[in-house]
Each structure stands twice: as structure tokens, then as C-alpha cells.
Design a binder for this molecule. Structure first.
Ligand code: TYM
Length: 339
């Protein structure tokens, strides 16, 4: 097979369920934007097939897919530089996902901590799709022979499983067809925490809207949420070690660092000894400066859904051009006849 590019390929995706929050932006999208350019070929996907592993209202799913795409565009994903599309437009994802269902082992799925957390004691009532989800995720990545997968900390185990699936496929079929993938988990905000409880991850679902920053929040809301974020009474320490055992304080420092493209050490050096009355307004101002324009741009883009669809459709065509030959070769390797 001829290689379409010599640049290493990046693939990553985001589920269109429940909108975008700051963790998606800092842990994923902001870094995807930074990876665009001469060093990588970048492929970014709104993974709608993953979303339906739990119930989605059809109209909300369609709107949510466009909203996530709008968030990615507003954050700086450039459809000229990157391939941006939604997963269900490229049927090869589901097809390779099936083949990987037959490669991956049940025991591997049982070990996935996200499955354990989501299914809890109610595993028997969950969809089969939710259980097999990591195998579809491996298909998403390997369908493009992607080697670099920028994700937040919570996806690390799934990306590692992708390596196991590639390795087992290669071993079973005596080939080196699928590359071994590396999770790219770098920077200060790989696990953005809940603003009300620093021991829980920030997520799209959750009891109170005050727990998270939504990428659609306006300037006043962003500022209010950060100023009201839970903290402890102590001032900021002189060194990063001084934040040990202070999860809420650590989280706000990490968010500041990620938004200002600095390290947590640099932020601590600047604010050593400062109280929350100093740090929180500085953080709120920084967050408003960086995030409010994205929220305004998202709303502008969402007012023209036909344009978003056009971009996704075009992206899907480009994605298919890479994915279909890889799927065809996979079918051949497995001995499935389509000719
Ligand atoms: P999803 O939709 O839950 O999240 C999308 C991305 O956002 C990151 N993220 C966070 N990062 C830091 N702090 C947080 N609080 C936070 N919350 C979310 C996630 O780590 C992720 O990078 N299974 C994936 C989607 C997926 C995918 C793929 C990713 C499907 N196929 C192939 C990479 C490659 C998911 O549910 O992400």
C-alpha cells in the first residue's frame, strides 16, 4: 500500500453528548489546535457513534454534533489544516470496529475503569455498545494509522488498549499493518477538576452548573463561577509541593497555567503567598479573556447549521479517502472477500 503522507498522523475525538466544558477544551481541543501545522497531519472527529452508547434524543444528538463542531472551529481548529468530520459520515469506523470486536477480549473490556465507573453495579442494564466502546475507539484511531492521540488523562487506558488491539491483530494475522499508538497527555490541565469538589473530574454531567465552565458560558458567568469556586483558606504556597493535599487550589493553579500557556511552577512563582482575593480575580480575568471570545464565536457559528454541515461533509470526504484503503486492506488481511 502506498503511504499517503510522511507526516505522523494525529487522531482524536470528542463525544457530542451534553456540550463542551473547560476540561474538553484544556485537556483536548486547545492542544489539538496547537498540533496543527507542519509537523503532523491532524484528523479530528465528533464521535457521534460513541454518544449513542447511552440514550440520546435524536434531535439533540444532531444539534449536539453541530455544537461540538462549532466549539472546535471557534477554538481554532481550521478545516483547511485539519480534517474535521463526524464519525457516522464515515462508515468504515463501524466496520473496523466490528473486526476489532472480534480481536479484543472480553477480559480487556472488563478492566476498563470508565466502564466500571459508568456501569457500576448496573452492568447488565448497560448497552452492549457501551461495553465494546474502547474497541470502536481503537478503530477510530487505527483506521487512519494514527500514531499520536492527544487526550486528557481519563482516556489514557483506552489509548493503551488501542495498542493491545493493534498488537494482537498484527500477531494473529502475522502482519505489521497497524502501528502502535502513543497517547499524548502533556501539559498542566490533563485532568481538570470540578470547581465545587476538587476530587472529582469536571464533566458535562453533574448536579450543579457551578461545578463546571461550559464553553458556551458568557463572560459574566465564567467570572462568577471562578470567583465562587471552592478553595481552602490558606494562601498560595511558595512551591508546587505546597499544593499537595489541596485539590481545589491545585486545580485553579493548573487551569491558570493551561490558559496562560505556562507551567504550574511558573504560576506558583508569580503568585507565591497571594491570597484568593488576589488570585481568583486574576484567574477570572484570564479565563474571560481566553474563553469568552470562543463562546461568542460558537454562537455565531451555530446560527448557520448548514455551513457546519458543509464543513463536516467535506471533512468526511477527506477522511474516507484515508480510511477506505486501510479498511480494504484490513478486509483482505482477514480474508473477507468484497471484490
Ligand atoms: P470525551 O468526549 O469524554 O472527552 C473528549 C476529550 O476531552 C478530554 N476531557 C478532559 N480532559 C481534562 N480534564 C477533564 N475534566 C476532561 N474531560 C474530558 C478527554 O480526555 C478527551 O480527550 N472516548 C473519548 C472520545 C473518543 C476518542 C476516540 C478520543 C472516541 N474515539 C479516538 C481519541 C481517539 C471520549 O469519550 O472523550
Amino acid at each position: 500500500m502506498t503511504k499517503t503522507s510522511f507526516k505522523p498522523r494525529v487522531f482524536s475525538g470528542i463525544k457530542p453528548s451534553g456540550g463542551l466544558q473547560l476540561g474538553n477544551y484544556l485537556g483536548a481541543i486547545k492542544r489539538w489546535v496547537d498540533m496543527q501545522g507542519p509537523n503532523f497531519e491532524t484528523v479530528y472527529c465528533v464521535v457521534d457513534l460513541h454518544a449513542i452508547t447511552v440514550w440520546q434524543d435524536p434531535a439533540e444528538l444532531a444539534a449536539g454534533t453541530r455544537e461540538i463542531a462549532a466549539g472546535m472551529l471557534a477554538s481554532g481548529i481550521d478545516p483547511e489544516k485539519s480534517i474535521l468530520f463526524n464519525q457516522s459520515r464515515v462508515s468504515a469506523h463501524a466496520e473496523l470496529g466490528w473486526i476489532f470486536n472480534c480481536v479484543a477480549r472480553v477480559g480487556w473490556m472488563d478492566r476498563m475503569t470508565q466502564w466500571k465507573d459508568k456501569a457500576g453495579k448496573n452492568a447488565e442494564k448497560q448497552s452492549l455498545g457501551l461495553y465494546a466502546y474502547p474497541s470502536l475507539m481503537a478503530a477510530d484511531i487505527l483506521l487512519y494509522h494514527a500514531t499520536h492521540v492527544p487526550v486528557g488523562e481519563d482516556q489514557k487506558q483506552h489509548v493503551e488498549l488501542t495498542r493491545d488491539i493493534a498488537a494482537k491483530f498484527n500477531h494473529d494475522y502475522k502482519t505489521e499493518f497497524f502501528p502502535l499508538t502513543t497517547p499524548v497527555i502533556e501539559g498542566p490541565a490533563m485532568r481538570v477538576m470540578n470547581l465545587r469538589d476538587g476530587t472529582k473530574k469536571m464533566s458535562k454531567s453533574g448536579e450543579s452548573d457551578m461545578e463546571r465552565i461550559n464553553m458556551t458560558d458568557d463572560a459574566d458567568t465564567i467570572s462568577k463561577k471562578l470567583k465562587k469556586a471552592r478553595t481552602d483558606p490558606a494562601p498560595l504556597p511558595e512551591t508546587l509541593e505546597g499544593l499537595a493535599g489541596r485539590p481545589e487550589a491545585r486545580n485553579l493553579v493548573d487551569i491558570y497555567a493551561a490558559l496562560s500557556d505556562r507551567t504550574a511552577e511558573q504560576v506558583i512563582a508569580e503568585f507565591a503567598g497571594a491570597g484568593w482575593g488576589t488570585f481568583k480575580p486574576a484567574l477570572a480575568d484570564l479565563a474571560v479573556e481566553k474563553l469568552a471570545p470562543i463562546s461568542v464565536e460558537m454562537k455565531r457559528l451555530m446560527a448557520d447549521p448548514a455551513e457546519i454541515d458543509r464543513i463536516l461533509r467535506k471533512g468526511a470526504e477527506r477522511a474516507r479517502a484515508i480510511a477506505e484503503p486501510i479498511l480494504a486492506r484490513t478486509y483482505e488481511i482477514v480474508g473477507l472477500q468484497r471484490g
